[in-house]
Design a protein around this ligand. Structure first.
Ligand SMILES: Cc1ncc(COP(=O)(O)O)c(C=O)c1O
Length: 480
């Protein structure tokens, strides 16, 4: 089917509990609905994103003010562009970089490009939902000590895809004591700091660089994001230079205008929008707490050290009776109830919400979940169980950063996944979404990685970096 036709049919048919945060509703200026009529590139009088000193600069200043940042830049190729610039602007091959294992693949790609030595810090696992806990500040302190204060940067994701928030203030203090820049991938946290119902923004908590994905949780168009840089950030100048490297020379004015419109909207209607949003969420959590089989993640389910808070805007649901996998639950929501979820994992589904959701959308979701729950309740118990999710976390510690070289290694081929344990991966393999690496180029393929990928395949999830059931390896056996 033609792409445009497919988009139109989807838009008419399904309620979006996924990004973008505008939920396909026009929250911005009316003119943006007619994108063709205002689509230009840099022409006289319209400033230049790469040397902003006019219209764009003023718009970026408005966004900085809204987010309480010292300096903010527009990103038009998603949070990915900001992550690449932040990391490559802060560390180089003479440094090391500490990365939380559950970071997005863009963080690893940036670490690879920078050439910095990689040191991975693993989060604990929240057992109830089998997902990554927040990052324990003590683990960051230990990693900085183990790298003998050579690490130029620490990168963590907060909130995570599942809405898990780390203790940014403590982590920032530790980083600063050790002379490292704290980069927070807050791609999922652009709505923080606007209401007491949501956690504070990492910008206000002392992070040096924050990447804020406005297209994910705010009413702004796909690909829009912001990078906030603190005035105390020692690498601010290099990050600005790297933004020019990683950003197109023809940034879309439609996308930039969409960020500017979002900024105005929130400045003017923040209280009403967030009050209504928080009310919808509260009512949803109250109603769904009575379900018998389906379980919605709540802050009280999160007990591990490192987890500081939970973003209620991320709805994470699983079948506690383990008869439906995340993918099956997501398929039922889609096929039977016209609800499109953001992501389906082995055991749970993530639904993304924003200020642009409607009362009708939430009612549709609540009704669908009640009906699915009732159906599960009336079904006789069966022995069928969904696979137990495997923690797909890279081993903790120092990685020899030959990742880039491994990617271009000629002496590589593919082997069936079940035969790959102990071999060296050629590629970055992820289950997507969320895009957290299961293997890195040059890393040993662990037994756990194999099981986790097999589970994901069994559940019909999308894997990037593999060819069918084959995984690319270097023809050299690991000595470890
Ligand atoms: C935690 C996290 N960081 C970064 C990104 C990249 O964001 P973008 O797709 O806007 O480039 C994603 C994408 O889903 C993500 O989940």
């Amino acid at each position: 089917m033609h792409l445009t036709k497919a988009l139109k049919e989807h838009a008419d048919d399904k309620y979006p509990f996924h990004m973008p945060g505008h939920k396909r509703r026009l929250f911005a200026d009316e003119i943006l609905s007619d994108a063709y009529s205002i689509d230009i590139t840099e022409i006289e009088g319209f400033d230049d994103l790469h040397e902003a000193d006019g219209l764009i600069r003023k718009a970026q200043e408005r966004a900085a003010k809204l987010y309480g940042a010292d300096e903010t830049h527009f990103l038009v190729n998603g949070s990915t562009g900001g992550i690449l610039a932040a990391i490559c602007g802060t560390v180089s091959k003479t440094d090391s970089i500490i990365v939380a294992a559950n970071c997005h693949r863009s963080v690893y790609n940036a670490a690879m490009l920078s050439g910095a030595g990689l040191y991975i810090v693993a989060p604990r696992q929240e057992k109830s939902f089998c997902l990554c806990a927040g990052i324990d500040p003590e683990r960051i302190e230990n990693a900085l000590s183990e790298t003998s204060d050579e690490a130029g940067a620490v990168v963590i994701t907060s909130p995570t895809y599942e809405g898990i928030v780390s203790d940014i203030r403590s982590i920032a203090d530790i980083c600063h004591r050790h002379g490292a820049v704290l980069i927070v991938d807050s791609a999922h946290g652009a709505h923080f700091g606007f209401s007491g119902a949501f956690p504070e923004s990492p910008v206000a908590l002392g992070a040096d660089v924050v990447i804020s994905g406005v297209h994910k949780t705010m009413p702004a168009m796909t690909q829009t994001a912001l990078i906030h840089i603190s005035r105390d950030c020692p690498s601010a100048g290099r990050i600005r230079a790297m933004l020019k490297v990683f950003t197109t020379s023809s940034p879309s004015y439609v996308l930039m205008a969409s960020i500017d419109s979002m900024t105005d909207l929130i400045k003017e209607q923040k209280d009403e929008l967030f009050e209504a949003y928080a009310k919808r969420l509260k009512s949803f959590y109250d109603k769904t707490s009575a379900l018998n089989n389906l379980k919605v993640l709540k802050k009280e389910d999160l007990t591990e050290k490192g987890t500081w808070d939970h973003d209620i805007g991320k709805i994470v649901i699983k079948d506690d009776s383990m008869r439906l996998s995340g993918k099956e639950l997501s398929d039922i929501l889609y096929d039977k109830y016209g609800i499109c979820a953001e992501m389906a994992g082995v055991s749970y589904v993530i639904l993304m919400t924003s200020v642009a959701d409607t009362d009708e959308g939430f009612a549709k979701l609540e009704d669908a979940l009640a009906a699915i729950d009732e159906d599960l309740q009336s079904r006789p118990g069966s022995d069928r169980k969904t696979p137990v999710p495997e923690e797909a976390i890279l081993p903790e510690g120092r990685y020899d950063n030959k990742m880039m070289a491994a990617m271009f290694e000629a002496d590589a081929g593919t082997v069936p996944l079940e035969k790959a344990c102990g071999m060296i991966a050629r590629d970055l393999v992820t289950v997507y979404p969320p895009g957290i690496p299961v293997t890195l180029p040059g890393s040993v393929i662990t037994d756990r990685a194999v099981r986790s990928l097999q589970n994901a395949q069994q559940c019909g999830l999308k894997i990037t970096g593999m060819t069918g059931k084959e995984i690319a390896v270097l023809w050299e056996r690991s000595s470890t």
